[in-house]
Design a protein around this ligand. Structure first.
Ligand code: SAM
Length: 268
């Protein structure tokens, strides 16, 4: 298999790959970075387009690397070999993974979500922390949610931190981005019951009927859900708390809500 050897940090491709740490460059190129053989294999198996596969010199010595290179080549990826120091520079880590890939972004529109599926859905309102987002994507994947809608200005699901925290679940879940009005129009078309998870809820989260096709709506890390959005929901529910903290962490509250919904559906 032929890999292009690049050794200079000033090579334009290396500069672009390094730039993918920044949202501006991700938006301009439509690409994002994923590190490690496991994540890249997962992306390939889910049909994501690998634009460039970068293999470090020490990565080339690993047993599993040739199979990954062959798979990426079959899918049409550009193959590049770099010294370890350049792999570190791209991943901005002292001990980078053996392989790093630039992958084409694949956001879904609301219309591309199969909204009439009778499953459980998740809405994330103006969430800002990519670590929380990655953790939530992983939970959503584990609980086989029907889909996720990120509503309003949110953190970037293609940031290095979100991709890392999702542990590859970004490649498995159905994720759409939307503004609030378009989300509400889509939601009323689908007939999904809108259940806000909120510290203002009067109903305990275990008392919500999740057998109905439902979308669980989670709020921003600092401000929660605005009053107008809460007023638009069919139900507000609260996870009990007794200590001094005013709320649970967003990713943990999401896991509790999603798993309650799934439990009620017999973990089907
Ligand atoms: N100060 C914010 C507020 O007033 O809502 C707290 C935001 S909290 C860190 C982020 C999100 O996690 C909330 O919007 C809500 O969706 C969810 N959450 C946190 N604790 C919760 C609880 N006890 N019950 C229900 N949802 C909760």
């Amino acid at each position: 298999m032929n890999l292009d050897l690049i050794t200079s940090a000033s090579n334009p491709l290396i500069k672009t790959l390094r730039g993918l740490e920044r949202k501006k460059v991700r938006n301009e190129t439509g690409l994002f970075l994923a590190e490690g053989g496991r994540l890249i294999t997962q992306a390939l198996s889910q049909g994501w387009e690998i634009d460039t596969l970068v293999v470090s010199a020490s990565g080339l010595q690993r047993d599993r690397t040739p199979a990954l290179i062959a798979q990426a080549a079959d899918s049409g990826a550009r193959l590049v070999q770099v010294p370890d120091r350049l792999a570190s520079a791209i991943a901005r880590k002292d001990n980078p993974q053996a392989v790093v890939a630039a992958i084409r972004q694949r956001p879904l529109s609301l219309q591309a979500l199969d909204a009439h599926r009778s499953g459980l859905w998740l809405g994330l309102y103006e969430i800002r922390d990519p670590g929380n987002l990655g953790t939530i994507l992983r939970t959503a994947d584990c609980a086989a949610l029907a889909g996720i809608v990120m509503i309003g200005p949110c953190c970037d699901p293609y940031s290095v931190e979100a991709v890392r925290a999702s542990m590859g679940s970004l490649f498995d879940v159905r994720l759409a981005l939307s503004d609030y009005d378009a989300f509400q129009a889509w939601r009323s078309d689908t007939g999904l019951s809108l259940v806000a998870s909120s510290i203002n809820g009067q109903t305990r989260h275990t008392e919500v009927d999740f057998a109905r096709p439902s979308l669980i709506l989670m709020g921003n890390e600092q401000a929660g859900l605005p009053p107008k959005v809460e007023a638009d929901c069919d139900q507000l529910c609260r996870i009990p708390m007794r200590g001094g903290a005013d709320s649970l962490n967003l990713a943990q509250a999401t896991a509790i809500m999603v798993y309650e919904g799934w439990r009620q559906r017999g973990f089907a």
